[in-house]
Each structure stands twice: as structure tokens, then as C-alpha cells.
Ligand binder design. Structure first.
Ligand code: ADP
Length: 138
């Protein structure tokens, strides 16, 4: 079972987007984690619902606060590749105590830059688990 077969579409915001816009995107897209991309679409960071809750505490001006201030940024992001097994991805989610892993591939122009191909979340793993349990026994 490979990441490539199970990955979901990544939900992204631009680095320049405000925390307010990111929260709106979180609700509109019905996800728990957003990926932050730079102008060329390369992965720059990850922002989770708790990152946004923390930023919202107190009366801060969320419309004027760029999401890049509160995100977890590269190179501290735990990622996986399309060729990884779903098991390896699930183990990373558990070991690093996170909800979501960006699926990436190094850019051809600069291998330090990451192209974003998808996401693997705890929901992805639960769905694969249910699929396994639903297979008829032979
Ligand atoms: P939440 O904070 O909403 O419970 P997570 O457990 O996924 O969601 O996130 C915990 C922290 O880890 C947050 O600060 C978030 O920015 C960070 N984080 C989330 N996903 C990743 C990842 N793939 N790599 C590194 N850090 C991550």
C-alpha cells in the first residue's frame, strides 16, 4: 500500500496570507492542517488548527498577521514521498505526534525546494484500515 495510491489533495495558503484568511480556509475546506507555499508553489510551512488557536488568543489583529509568522517551517517539516509505504507514513504520524504529512518531491531546478503533491492524514490511515478490514477473506 503506497502513499501515492491513498494521498489526498493538499490544501494550501500563500505565505503572505493572513492568519484570518487561513482560519477561513480551514473552515471552508474542512481540514485540520494547511500547507503554506511560497510564490512558486514550493512548500514553505505547515499550520495546524492549534497553531491558529494559539495565535487567536488575546485580541490580536489576525487580519494583519501573516500566516508565515505562526507556521512550522522548512526544514523542520516531517514529509513523505509518493513511493513511501502507507505504513511508513503512519509511523511518522505516530512518532512525531502530528496529524498530517505533506507528500513531496524535490524540485528538479533545486533539490532543496519541495514540490507539494498531496497529504497523508490520520483520516487517510483510518480509511485504508477500513478498506483492509472490508476485504473479503479468501
Ligand atoms: P494540532 O496542533 O492542531 O493538534 P498537529 O498535532 O498536527 O495538529 O500539530 C502539532 C504541531 O506540529 C503544530 O505546531 C504544527 O505546526 C506542527 N506540525 C504539524 N504537521 C507537521 C509536520 N508534518 N511536520 C512538522 N511539524 C508539523
Amino acid at each position: 500500500m503506497l502513499v501515492n495510491e491513498y494521498k489526498a489533495v493538499p490544501i494550501v495558503v500563500q505565505e503572505s496570507a493572513s492568519v484570518y484568511d487561513a482560519i477561513v480556509t480551514l473552515f471552508l475546506e474542512d481540514v485540520g492542517t494547511l500547507y503554506v507555499v511560497n510564490q512558486k508553489g514550493h512548500l514553505a510551512g505547515v499550520v495546524s488548527r492549534k497553531d491558529m488557536l494559539r495565535a487567536s488568543l488575546g485580541n490580536k489583529a489576525l487580519e494583519g498577521m501573516p500566516v508565515s509568522i505562526i507556521m512550522t517551517r522548512m526544514p523542520n517539516i516531517v514529509t513523505c514521498t509518493p513511493e513511501d509505504s502507507l505504513f511508513v507514513a503512519a509511523k511518522k504520524l505516530i512518532d512525531f505526534q502530528i496529524d498530517s504529512l505533506p507528500v513531496i518531491r524535490p524540485s528538479e531546478e533545486d533539490p532543496k525546494l519541495m514540490e507539494l503533491l498531496g497529504r497523508v492524514t490520520k483520516t487517510t490511515i483510518a480509511r485504508a484500515f477500513v478498506e483492509l478490514g472490508s476485504e473479503p477473506l479468501v
